[in-house]
Design a protein around this ligand. Structure first.
Ligand code: FMN
Length: 309
């Protein structure tokens, strides 16, 4: 529900306008030197970007446990990131109203209660916690020669509107043999990781949906062996076959729909099931893709590290 991973586990907590968001990492090996420069750089990548919210959070990660003298202890690593620039009054008009396209209605159906301020738990703010944990995962993976890079592709949002886009990610240095053949496929885990990011709407590995139009002779990745190293001449499958990594770069793309809270008259659902038109206030991303690149990398790191610790 709020925990990701089996061996390297991240539990996240906190709402967008509560005092803090945070996480607990369990299963991080002892003795890892914490690279605070990398951590801060990753946090900065998430909170700046073109067309981003004007909410300014310092996103300082405060560790409460699990680290001593700059090294991990092997015990649970708990941390918080304070919400210091929340402006909850922006949500007064939306207190009982449910926006179209957001998680307001479904959250209410699930729990019977919700925190309307800033999207509560469904806010993109929660992804800051994943980035902090992902930075720790990356520190482990860097030591094993595994590198993760992603990039966004999106258009320019129109005046008072928003736009979505896609983020392409490549994981290099993953040895052949990671993953499982049936219910715990590496590609299935990556899909679950990516689809857990708010506003993710599609996922494809390698050539992805285009492969549905290809012939088998085009699609199959032919062998090429040099100096005893087994590789393939193409990588249509995205580096995973039968749920298990084949040693080629792992490549995948995630599509994100546009942010739905836009400063335009919006028909919201009232408790008596009437529609009320309001123009939502609040500082929303017009396109969150540039900020979400590091979130994709963090979720990829959390997925891979779970197989290698
Ligand atoms: C980094 C990031 C920032 C986001 N910012 C906003 C925002 O400012 N306003 C908004 O309505 N949705 C924003 N979203 C999307 C919502 O969080 C998301 O649409 C909502 O949780 C509903 O989930 P779903 O779209 O996956 O169904 C953001 C998502 C991410 C990843």
């Amino acid at each position: 529900m709020n925990t990701f991973g089996n061996r390297f586990r991240l539990t996240t907590f906190g709402e967008s306008h509560g005092p803090a968001i945070g996480g607990v990492i369990d299963g991080c090996p002892a003795g890892l030197a914490v690279d605070y420069v990398l951590l801060e750089a990753e946090m900065t990548r998430r909170h700046v970007g073109a067309h981003a919210t004007t909410r300014h959070e310092s996103d300082n990660v405060e560790f409460l446990s699990g680290i001593y003298d700059g090294k991990t202890l092997g015990t649970p690593i708990a941390f918080i990131i304070r919400n210091s620039d929340a402006r909850s009054s922006d949500y007064d008009a939306l207190d009982k109203l449910l926006r179209p396209g957001h998680a307001d209605f479904t959250t209410l159906q699930r729990y019977g209660i919700r925190d309307p301020r800033g999207g509560g738990r469904a806010s993109g703010r929660e992804t800051a916690v994943r980035v902090a944990a992902g930075a720790i995962a990356k520190m482990i993976l860097n030591g094993k020669g595994i590198g993760i890079t992603a990039m966004a592709s999106c258009g320019t949002p129109a005046e008072n509107d928003s736009i979505g886009g896609t983020i392409e990610c490549t994981i290099e240095g993953v040895p052949a043999g990671l993953g499982n053949p049936i219910f715990d496929k590496l590609n299935a885990r990556l899909a679950a990781a990516m689809m857990s990011i708010p506003s993710a709407i599609g996922f494809e590995m390698g050539t992805g949906f285009d492969a549905a139009q290809m012939q088998g002779s085009e699609f199959r990745d032919n062998w090429c062996v040099s100096d005893g190293h087994v590789a393939t001449t193409t990588n249509h499958c995205g580096g995973i076959q039968g749920g298990i990594s084949n040693g080629m770069p792992i490549t995948f793309r995630t599509a994100f729909h546009p942010v739905v809270t836009i400063p335009q008259p919006t028909e919201c659902l009232a408790p008596d099931h009437t529609l009320t038109t309001v123009t939502p206030a609040g500082r929303h991303d017009r396109c969150h893709l540039p900020r979400t690149v590091v979130v994709v990398e963090a979720m990829a790191a959390l997925t891979i590290v779970d197989f290698v610790v």
